[in-house]
Design a protein. Sequence first.
Length: 411
Amino acid sequence: MSRRAPVFLGVVPFVALAVLAACAAGDPVASSRGPDPVDPQALPSVPEPVRGQGMVTDLATVVVSVQPQWAPGPGGIGMRDEWGEHPVLLEPPVPVSVLAGPVMAEGEEWYQVYVLPDAMRWPGDFTAWVPATRDGADVVDMTDPTDCPDAEAGQIAALSPAGRVACFGAQTLRFVARSWLGGHWVPYEVEPAWLGTPLENTRTVSLFVAGGGEFPRPPDPRIPWVDARVPPDVAMPPADATLLVEAQFDHPEARDCRRTRDRSGPPPQPATAGLPDEPPDASRTWCRGQLVLTGWEILLGPEGRPPVAGEVQLHRTSFQGDVCAGVGLPMLRFRIDVDQPDPIWLEPQDGGLPIIPVFGPGFRTAFEPDLVVVGPRGEVVARDGTPLDPDQRLGRYAVCPGGEAVTITDP
């Protein structure tokens, strides 16, 4: 199979190619649905994945309910919630990465573990100490060593930060993945900030295995995903696209980075409540194990088709109905700008993060001459500035609000 050299975008984002040509053409009824989705693995630019070198040896599972501690030893500070009122317990099975141990402390053996992120548990993504045994039972069950996997989104997702660096070092990785918004929240302040998930200007996207047709979106138990950090000198890729990404672990700026407890809100009571202070070496291990995007190329848009001059692809779903549960979103308004990498989005009235509109079958885009969204019955349903109440219908169409996306369908 022939392969063309990929073009990676380091500073300038993808835009709707030749949108101006479409405006000049002035076709107000051209559909953006187009042909069926393409299997990205069949595209000529898909490279062979990089093979990891060595063995994965750090993964383990906490198999006994235990309260993690700030430091080793039976007299150490046990983790409690942010107000110091209730103990934090690791309820098995909890996947962890063993960073150190066993070490002796006050006559007992202890492991330093990194608790792998879990979107369904608080706290997740932290470093602490757990005893080697509790009431005669082993607390930590080490996973048998396994060969390092290929550098693909689904395989990388199963590795800890330490394992990622051990398997791939700082070499350049290239693979195909679907994109969405960041899947995990980092509960620490991170310096440099782009390696974390600050509330403002988050530079994180999630990547998961690409395939033809409709995709689930993380966080979703059906698909493993890996969060990728985007440095300031690289353009943010759009969500819901199939990308050929260039990335690396052990980024130079990660080697001196530090994670610290976020003290921007009310102070915890007592001061030792909430997340433990993370040791600098544990912070460096975490930071070096973050996947950093160094470039990307769009292979397929949100409708599963290659970018075509003059087209704008909508975010799609096959769902049709009007029964859903809302999440209390504020009033929104459509924003449409053909010069943006994702030209149609929803802007919250309170100035929060943008929301992605997802459309059911029959919706399309057209130019009249400005870009608009046309409903299945042929009427214009949205143009730049159109208000959207997430708790009401959009004309005759059902609106289903979610945390990061709003689905609009013909019920």
